[in-house]
Ligand binder design. Structure first.
Ligand SMILES: C[S@@+](CC[C@H](N)C(=O)[O-])C[C@H]1O[C@@H](n2cnc3c(N)ncnc32)[C@H](O)[C@@H]1O
Length: 286
């Protein structure tokens, strides 16, 4: 059998160059323990491009924006689930959303809800939000729901846009919502499920690098989810991202981190509202 040409193993120097490039580009801090992971995930890319070693690959990637995108696609960890960290969704479902609906119906706030899933991976998080928001804020009753779903990786964004998952993923979705909003595949789509078109129409997908200074979006959001991504950042880049995201949070909005992440709320003029959920201090009386 023909063996593909061997590539010289990733040296410490090459690893450091890639480590710095990935940090500059995406804010992701890869510790020295991640050398094997970087080598494992990038070797196929290096080979596919016909580079003889990682130094040649580095030179190529440094001057080529498209390859930087592909490299970050390979490096990023995309694990996700519907209703991941269920306590946060229970808090929304049982407390926050009924309150917003009541004040909306009473004419005290506009009947418009905006949410942002800022590291949306393959879509489970924004579609979880879409199902909950659709159930609480029905369009026929004059509500409008807009969800922005963004990620660094174009590969996961393409999957999220498609809105099709293995049927096993449906077990994480409460039965009522699953029946209302997920379509079980038949024939060619056997073994898969597809999001109802009404959910898809609520979500706009966009590539946004949280490490960029300017996200190029306007307006504010009532809910911002930035979960299970800042664990890959170091303190400095994490704090900068949180500062930038909070500029987009509406006065009564809620900011969500993953449960392995946290922030010191007082450093940002925030306070705890629920499990790794934060709101502005000015809203404390509400
Ligand atoms: C582990 S997934 C988390 C998905 C979802 N938020 C959840 O909690 O289930 C992390 C996601 O962050 C994305 N990511 C990593 N660095 C990023 C950056 N600088 N800007 C935007 N997204 C990034 C990855 O592509 C990946 O899809």
């Amino acid at each position: 059998m023909h063996e593909p040409d061997a590539i010289r193993p990733l040296s410490d120097r090459e690893f450091r160059m890639l480590q710095q490039l990935i940090y500059r580009e995406a804010g992701i801090h890869l510790s020295d323990a991640k050398k094997a992971l970087v080598s494992g995930r990038l070797t196929r890319r290096v080979r596919a491009l016909g580079c003889r070693d990682f130094t040649a690959y580095y030179q190529h990637v440094e001057s080529n924006q498209n390859e930087r995108t592909s490299m970050l696609d390979c490096i990023s960890t995309n694990e996700t689930r519907f209703f991941r960290e269920p306590k946060q969704f229970e808090f929304l479902d049982g407390t926050v959303l009924p309150h917003w609906r009541a004040v909306g119906e009473a004419g005290q706030i506009p009947k418009r809800i905006r949410a942002w899933s800022a590291a949306c991976s393959t879509g489970e998080e924004p579609y979880t939000l879409a199902m909950l928001l659709a159930a609480h804020f029905p369009a026929p009753e004059g509500w409008s729901v807009e969800i922005l779903a963004s990620d660094l990786s174009t590969r996961v964004l393409d999957a999220a846009r498609e809105g099709v998952w293995p049927i096993e993923r449906s077990h994480d979705i409460p039965e009522g919502l699953r029946k209302a909003y997920m379509l079980r595949g038949i024939r060619a789509e056997e073994g898969r499920m597809r999001a109802h078109p009404s959910l898809k129409s609520m979500i706009e997908f966009r590539r946004i690098n949280l490490n960029d200074r300017d996200y190029g979006i306007g307006g504010t959001f009532d809910l911002i989810f930035c979960r299970n991504v800042l664990i890959y950042f170091n303190r400095e880049s994490k704090e900068a991202v949180i500062q930038r995201l909070l500029r987009y949070l509406s006065g009564s909005g809620l900011f969500f981190l993953g449960h392995a992440e946290s922030l010191t709320p007082s450093s940002y003029g925030m306070e705890h509202a629920g499990p790794t959920i934060y709101r502005r201090v000015a809203q404390a009386g509400q």
